[in-house]
Ligand binder design. Structure first.
Ligand code: ATP
Ligand code: MG
Length: 871
């Protein structure tokens, strides 16, 4: 059965059981502080499990893109070495939100596997939770056991411990026992030798878990204790690629039609065969896996970058490049060439990669190119480290520096060192690494208390589109502590005028005031699992009373000007540059706006001018805001709104229109474009291959910008003696400067010539050597020229010059080549040793070397000490 069909049969099956089939949510999460990427099918539905929102249908099924490369679930290091873990994989799932429970979940799983997919019962094992006698003191899940008994022989029902059979979303939140379904796809011969039962959950590549049925019945509180959930839920997840492996009768996920087209393409491009040599196979598996993860991330709007989710993606791609570089001898970019095959294979089920193919290829190619350059630089550096090493063991700090500064991976360093007969101090390296990781963890760690609920079951309402002030009640609050912001309180209101950060727009600030006149400042507003949370420095005194909540109107207005201008900018770019322009990120602040978009060349000055004019014409046109709330998605699309990739939309949406600009948007906007006053682009540049960034300002910020520029202009004009044409005046100053520099160079040369004449007379003969040690006020280049010129005229010469250049000490040592050889003198070594007098160091060749230091007072001592070398 082809993979395409495997997927559709799963969805069809659950559709027949009254489930709503929904598309995969984007893989990159935007408003969940605890998670970077969706790592299991349930992640996009967290708000339903937490009871923050209600699904339209309490039965849902889908195939969700998951990525397990960071945090609690991280399989990255396994990938390539085994045959059944991926970075990106599809998780087929069915959900019940307070509807059916264990009985149906088990019955349907069994029906689907054995009757629809017709998997032989004799290769299946299931597990149930055995209970725990730790602090939780949980009983065995006999309910699940008794249900399974109706379907499968009891000796195939295994009891599992908490690690395998109790599923928790995180440190807090919904959790419960689970039942896993495992397959044993070994040959009959192997099975005769070892009983399959003993291999379940033992990391055997052919006895693997395919499906996990989680029975959510508890809530884990911040203090670690469990409480029963009011509603019980079902959350199941089946590995799509593993299921394909079983149904296609192969023993590796990589031998299914999900991967074989990619593997064939890699074989063709690299001229290597899959299945002949283990390390080549690992590399091919790594690359075929990683290209999927990277392509889907880019499609979901997450470009490789230097921090956060972007950095994780960059590291995945670099891992693939490295395996190609080291084991497949690919020294030029090639991974981007696999995107074509990937799109042919998966573009139907996931149109986002088809529609953004060109962008994905460009970004991957550029990343590959730049990392290959880094790899080569790293190699040169490594050569130098080896060449100057005094022992066979390289310091761990050096290897760490290579990794940290040059992105040069440890295992590759190790490999190359080994080839050259070197080792490195692993313990020291690990220590450095751990230190760095600790620093990263500390900065991001967030501790939160349990919520204290003041008012139960109050649905929260957002009124901030229409008002900036409202009477509110606090429904719950908790304390959170982070290294970055210290102690803060999170407050939830029954209704709120505060806009929560989202859609690129910053969260509102403002204050709460009670009837006693006490004021609490709200420093930020964010959404967490669909609830608007206000951050306050202090906890209000009279928690149970009513408050007047007031949004900082000035900041909100400036932000709104920038948000509306962002829409107009988007429209302008598509109009002027073309419809290939797609939004790739946006940040709307009160002081400026930033807009990233796909476009394949620099935006010219003329185009930028045109874009500015386009936007300003619409500002001058005083277009009113036309807003539609809660309209069906399809209606908005039909009216001309555009859905963005990587964005998760509900069934109903809000559309925001100004003239011909229509967008799906949850942000806040000005009433009329005329409010913006003026729009000005302040910069344009590249963020990645094929992605440009424009930063712009509006409203008061533009006035400030012009005032500031004007002031600078007059200050400059003043400095130019009020020149009528300041640009011309500046140009002539520059010309004059160039001429003067030339003149000075000539004078310095003459000076050196004179010095040379004087110095020649000061050469003394010690032990048959022409010796000169002297402080001379020239720069490093001048000293070098001088030494070599003297060397050209005087044989058997030994020179040490000292110089004090603006407080920095410099030593220059010159020894005639014959003399250096004959007397075994080494200028490099000499300056290194003399360097200690000037508190510095240096080096060079046997006949010429220099040292620099921070103690000019030591120059005289150095000039004295040097005599020792010839006497
Ligand atoms: P394993 O022990 O094999 O790593 P898991 O316990 O981490 O699996 P779950 O978190 O229960 O798996 O995920 C549900 C299903 O998703 C698994 O039964 C498996 O089929 C699939 N799965 C989990 N991790 C991966 C992965 N890295 N690559 C491919 N499929 C996976
Ligand atoms: Mg796992």
């Amino acid at each position: 059965m082809k993979s395409q069909e495997v997927r559709s049969q799963f969805l069809e099956f659950f559709k027949s059981k009254q489930h709503d089939i929904v598309p995969s949510a984007p893989m990159v999460l935007k408003d969940d502080p605890t998670l970077m990427f969706v790592n299991s099918g349930m992640a996009p539905f967290k708000e339903y499990f937490l009871g923050n929102a209600q699904p339209k249908n309490n039965r849902i099924s889908d195939s969700q893109k998951c990525l397990r490369v960071s945090g609690k679930h991280n399989d990255l290091e396994e990938v390539g070495y085994d045959t059944y873990h991926h970075t990106l994989f599809e998780m087929l799932g069915n959900w019940s939100f307070g509807d059916y429970f264990k009985k149906e979940a088990i019955a349907w799983a069994w029906e689907l596997l054995t009757e629809v997919y017709k998997i032989d019962k004799d290769i299946l094992y299931v597990t149930v939770f055995e209970g725990s006698d730790d602090a939780d003191n949980l009983e065995m899940d006999t309910e699940a056991y008794d249900i399974w008994k109706q379907y499968i022989a009891e000796d195939r029902i295994l009891k599992g411990n908490k690690k395998d059979n109790f599923w928790e979303m995180g440190d807090q939140g919904p959790c419960g026992p689970c039942s896993e379904i495992h397959v044993d796809i070994r040959s009959a011969e192997e099975k005769a030798k070892v009983d399959g039962k003993s291999l379940v959950n033992m990391d055997h590549p052919q006895v693997v878990e395919i499906w996990n049925l989680v029975f959510m019945q508890y809530n884990r509180k911040a203090n670690g204790s469990l409480e029963n959930l009011p509603n019980k839920h079902i959350d199941t997840g089946m590995g799509f690629e593993r299921l394909c492996m079983v149904l296609q009768g192969v023993t590796s996920n990589y031998d299914t039609d999900v991967f074989t087209p990619l593997i064939r393409e890699i074989e063709t491009i690299t001229d290597k065969d899959y299945g002949k040599e283990e390390k080549i196979d690992v590399a091919i598996r790594v690359i075929s896996d990683h290209v999927r993860a990277v392509a889907f991330s880019i499609a979901d709007g997450q470009l490789p970058s230097n921090n956060g989710a972007g950095y994780v993606i960059r590291r995945i791609l670099r891992r693939a490049v490295r395996y190609g570089f080291t084991f497949l001898d690919k020294k030029e970019p090639f991974i981007y060439r696999l995107v074509d095959v990937l799109v042919k294979k998966m573009g139907v089920a996931f149109p986002e990669i088809k529609e953004q193919k060109q962008l994905i290829e460009n970004v991957i190619k550029e990343e590959e190119t730049s990392f290959l350059r880094t790899l080569e630089q790293g190699l040169v550096l490594l050569d130098r480290i080896v060449a100057t090493a005094s022992e066979k063991e390289i310091a761990g700090a050096k290897v760490f520096e290579l990794k940290d500064t040059y992105g040069f991976p440890e295992d590759l360093t190790e490999l190359i060192l080994k080839e050259k007969g070197f080792t490195y101090n692993k313990a020291a390296f690990q220590e450095k690494l751990a230190q760095q990781q600790d620093r990263g963890r500390e900065a991001s760690e967030l501790k939160s208390d349990d919520w204290t609920v003041l008012i139960e079951d109050e649905e929260q309402e957002f009124v901030g589109y229409d008002m900036l002030e409202a009477q509110v009640k606090i429904t719950r609050y908790r304390k959170v502590v982070s290294k970055k912001d210290g102690e803060l309180y999170q407050l939830v209101f029954n209704l709120t005028p505060f806009y929560a950060e989202g859609g690129g727009q910053v969260g509102d600030k403002g204050y709460l005031e009670d009837t006693h006149g006490d004021v609490i400042y709200i420093v930020d507003t964010k959404k967490e699992n669909n609830v608007i949370v206000h951050f306050a420095k202090d906890l209000p005194k009279h928690l149970n009373e009513k408050f007047k909540a007031t949004v900082d109107a000035k900041q909100r207005f400036r932000t709104e000007c920038n948000h509306t201008a962002t829409h107009l900018l988007h429209q302008a770019l598509r109009e002027i540059l073309g419809t290939h322009v797609e939004q790739k990120g946006s940040a709307v602040h009160s002081k400026y706006l930033r807009f990233d978009f796909s476009h394949f060349s620099k935006v010219t000055v003329d185009e930028l001018r045109e874009v500015e004019n386009f936007v300003n014409r619409r500002i001058d046109g005083k277009l009113p805001l036309q807003e539609k709330r809660n309209i069906p998605m399809q209606q908005a699309i039909d009216e001309g709104a555009m859905a963005l990739f990587g964005e998760k939309y509900g069934d109903t949406v809000r559309s925001v229109r100004f003239g011909q600009s229509i967008e799906l948007c949850g942000g806040t906007h000005v009433e009329n474009t005329g409010d913006i006053w003026h729009f000005k682009i302040v910069s344009e540049g590249a963020v990645a291959s094929g992605i440009r960034r424009i930063e712009a300002i509006t409203s008061d910020a533009v006035k400030d910008f012009y005032h500031e520029n004007n002031r600078t202009y007059f200050e400059m004009k003043d400095l130019l003696n009020n020149a009528k044409e300041p640009v011309k005046a500046l140009q002539s100053l520059q010309d004059e400067n160039v001429a003067l520099k030339k003149q000075i160079e000539g004078l310095l040369k003459d000076k050196a010539k004179n010095i040379k004449g004087d110095l020649k007379n000061e050469i003394e003969v010690i032990n048959g050597v022409n010796f000169l040690a002297k402080e001379v006020s020239l720069d490093a280049g001048g000293l070098k020229d001088l030494a070599f010129e003297l060397g050209g005229e005087v044989d058997n010469l030994f020179i040490l010059f000292g110089a004090n250049n603006d407080g920095k000490a410099l030593l220059t040592c010159y020894i005639s080549k014959d003399l250096a050889q004959e007397k075994q003198l080494n200028a490099g070594q000499i300056v290194r040793e003399l360097g200690k007098h000037i508190q510095g160091g240096g080096g060079g060749q046997p006949f010429f070397a220099t040292a620099g230091g921070k103690n000019p007072d030591g120059i005289t001592t150095a000039l004295e000490a040097v005599k020792d070398y010839i006497s």
